[in-house]
Design a protein around this ligand. Structure first.
Ligand code: GAR
Length: 207
């Protein structure tokens, strides 16, 4: 069975639509993959809002292409991480968000955000956790010389890249790979497993 068939099957038994709020800092390719899965009817969800923290984040353009409201919350405007998180919580609640999707959100979150959405914040990380936590994960794995790496969808916890693992995909490092080659192949897998993990986790929450 293909990943997309699994995705369809995992969502077909429930009619409930999960309201997502997506946090993104950069390109937003995972946001686009999730929006595409929704548009194709493969994921019973709706993205109510995209919150981005860098004014030039391409995620904003991707959100607008899908008609999703995109709101800039510039972390530089806040005195503390907690204040930033309080502002984000207010926006997520205004949009009735059930599940928070961190898609390349490059800010460390506080307990304030986690308490507002307990076990309802998902993150994607470009390594096979628990290996290569933190920033530049693909480069860390590439430089270390591993032969297999990949990506992980997990629940967010206070400790960075350490929450419960929901789904992983393995990606081999090929002999002539450049860092860019590897990055592209990991992203292909991210775009498959993130919508799938959201569908499956939504089912778990609904049951
Ligand atoms: C993704 O590769 C994601 O795994 C990574 O940022 C990229 C965002 O890409 N996240 C982290 O490194 C978090 N620690 P995108 O903006 O194109 O979705």
């Amino acid at each position: 069975m293909s990943s997309l068939e699994i995705l369809s099957n995992s969502t077909s038994s429930s009619n409930s639509v999960t309201i997502l709020g997506v946090l993104a800092s950069g390109s937003g390719s995972n946001l686009e993959a999730i929006a595409n899965a929704i548009a194709k009817g493969q994921l019973q969800a709706q993205i109510a809002v995209v919150i981005y923290n860098e004014s030039d984040a391409f995620a904003k353009q991707r959100a607008e292409k899908f008609g999703i409201p995109a709101i800039l919350v510039n972390h530089r405007d806040y005195k503390s991480r907690k204040d930033l998180d309080r502002s984000i919580i207010e926006l997520l609640n205004q949009h009735n968000v059930d599940l928070v999707i961190m898609a390349g959100w490059m800010r460390i979150v506080t307990q304030v955000l986690i308490d507002a959405f307990p076990e309802r914040i998902l993150n994607i990380h470009p390594s096979l956790l628990p290996s290569f936590k933190g920033i530049h994960a693909i480069e860390q794995a590439f430089t270390y010389g591993v032969k297999i790496t990949g990506c992980t969808v997990h629940l967010l916890s206070l400790e960075v890249d350490s929450g419960k693992i929901l789904k992983q995909a393995a990606v081999p490092v090929l002999a002539n790979d450049t860092l860019e080659d590897l990055q592209k192949r990991i992203q292909v897998q991210e775009h498959i497993i993130y919508p799938l993990a959201i569908a499956e986790y939504s089912q778990t929450l609904a049951s």
